[in-house]
Design a protein around this ligand. Structure first.
Ligand code: NAD
Length: 484
């Protein structure tokens, strides 16, 4: 079986302890490669290389860093096919999705921050001729970038790109469940001769490799679950490290009686089930105004039943495999618990057994649950799978209470043709990202992030560059001209 390597100091290296664990293909449930079980020693080697490389990279020109990030983006484009197939193999997502969204977004992330750094301006404050202040943004040092399994290379590059553009070096850790494209990314870095030690990737478990990165790096950017985020925040707090946290969500999709009906059905189905419902922004609680609840519910269920769960290689597949057996079981146990609490399964709810080699894959039907209360755990805890509840609402006041009555606050989508009402509701929803009459329409410049249990800080555009830099003010006194 192929052995995935760590990428440290510009080289592919085996883990110091020589230990590996199986890496599974979710579509057939079989191990197909070996992932290093990294240790603190591996992280320490990576941190040392990143520190040494910071001496040059951290003081290099913006044009220099721009040049390397653009080369990396071009190389990702060249390897689009290979990376997309690998992402689908490792994660279970449809290949078309990886080709259309995941991998192009990796190149876009790199290009976006490569060019952004060229346009970053700075402030100055003139003290009426007596003195001048100017404010500079300096790289911090070694950035620890820790990412989850749902959008593996997409989210890894979303962190690496601004960290590098701002002049930091990086020690990154992809999820141990989906390490493969980060490994291919290391090979690409070597192929193009990317400066050694500027990007380092250590594979392994979160509580060892992840925790050690948090302890030893200078700034932490983390995306993952809320409980893990709490640990990361506590560990980073010990040394007052800057820490950005992008965590879980339990996002509402709101459909008013005056919404464009077809648009709202299409978007809310997509928002519930894209990437097997494994996107932090997925709308897993659909609130529908009473006047259209029955007709909306009927159309939503009809659309959900039409979605094809199938081989990730087929272009007609809507939902591929769930990322792991453990995660599949966790989704089913949450559905079972909801049923015990009175939920009615209106669509899905079962495992899908595909023919041949895929019969042991982790496939399940898109699932729609009715007759739930917002206070039920199915509406309070993140499922992070293709499971959605539909609930009616009477009026704006009740709606807003239900939307906000969760520990999360990542995103929301509102469907209404009354634009004043939609904006009024948007203002009252506790979420960092709100869409009106759309979902997942992303501009890389916008502040992206959540409130409450969904995280701390914002990523995107200037917000990421601000996060990955220290702000320093220099004040210099202007001597008076004594001859006057
Ligand atoms: P996770 O928290 O289990 O793991 C995320 C990463 O953290 C992995 O690389 C893991 O190895 C590492 N990790 C685990 N323990 C650690 C520790 N003690 N210290 C440091 N690192 C540690 O999350 P997951 O299951 O991989 O991903 C799913 C979660 O991610 C969901 O909750 C989802 O909502 C969230 N997510 C959020 C966003 C966002 O932008 N808000 C985006 C994608 C996913």
């Amino acid at each position: 079986m192929e052995k995935i390597c760590n990428y440290i100091g510009g080289k592919l290296v085996n883990p110091v302890d020589g230990k590996y664990m199986d890496n599974y293909c979710p579509s057939n449930g079989k191990p197909y490669s070996l992932v290093p079980v990294g240790s603190e020693d591996d992280v320490s080697a990576a941190i040392n290389c990143a520190k040494r490389s910071f001496e040059n990279w951290g003081s290099s020109t913006r044009e220099y860093r721009y040049g390397w990030l653009m080369k990396l983006a071009d190389a990702i484009d060249k390897n689009l096919e290979k990376l997309a197939l690998a992402e689908s193999l490792d994660n279970g997502k449809p290949e078309w999705l990886a080709k259309k969204i995941d991998i192009p977004r990796c190149a876009a992330n790199l290009r976006f921050f490569a060019t952004a750094i060229l346009h970053l301006d700075s402030k100055s404050h003139n003290m009426d001729g007596e003195a001048m202040n100017y404010t500079i943004k300096q790289p911090i040092g070694v950035a620890g970038c820790i990412s989850p399994w749902n959008l593996p290379l997409y989210l890894l590059t979303w962190k690496i790109a601004p960290a590098l553009a701002a002049g930091n070096t990086v020690v990154a850790k992809p999820s141990e469940i989906t390490p493969y494209t980060a490994y291919l990314f290391s090979e690409i870095c070597i192929d193009i001769g990317f400066p050694e030690g500027v990007i380092n990737i250590v594979h392994g478990q979160g509580d060892i490799v992840g925790a050690s990165i948090v302890k030893n790096c200078d700034v932490v950017s983390f995306t993952g679950g809320t409980d893990t985020g709490r640990l990361v925040a506590a560990n980073a707090a010990h040394d007052f490290k800057k820490c950005s946290l992008e965590l879980g969500g339990k996002n509402p999709t709101i459909v008013f009686g005056d919404a464009d009906f077809d648009l709202s059905v299409k978007n809310s189905v997509k928002s519930a089930f894209l990437n097997q419902g494994q996107i932090c922004l997925c709308g897993s609680r659909v609130f529908v105004e009473e006047s259209i609840y029955d007709s909306f519910k009927k159309s939503f269920i009809k659309e959900a039943k039409m979605l094809k769960v199938g081989c990730p290689k087929e272009v007609s597949t809507n939902l591929g495999a769930i990322v792991s057996e453990k995660h599949l079981n966790s989704i089913f146990s949450k559905i079972e618990n909801a049923i015990k609490n009175g939920a009615i399964v209106a669509a899905g709810g079962k495992k899908v057994v595909l023919p041949g080699d895929l019969s042991s894959g982790y496939f399940m039907e898109p699932t729609v649950l009715l007759n739930t209360k917002n206070t039920d755990s199915i509406n309070q805890e993140e499922v992070f799978g293709p499971v959605v509840t539909i609930m009616p609402f009477k009026n704006e006041k009740d709606l807003i209470k239900m939307c906000n009555d969760v520990k999360y606050g990542l995103s929301a989508s509102i469907f209404s043709q009354n634009i004043s009402k939609a904006n009024r509701v948007a203002a009252k929803i506790n979420a960092g990202v709100v869409w009106i009459n759309t979902w997942l329409l992303r501009d890389l410049r916008i502040p992206f992030g959540g409130m409450k249990g969904s995280g701390l800080g914002r990523e995107g555009g200037y917000y990421s560059l601000d996060f990955f830099t220290e702000t320093k003010n220099v004040c210099f006194k202007i001597e008076k001209d004594d001859n006057k």
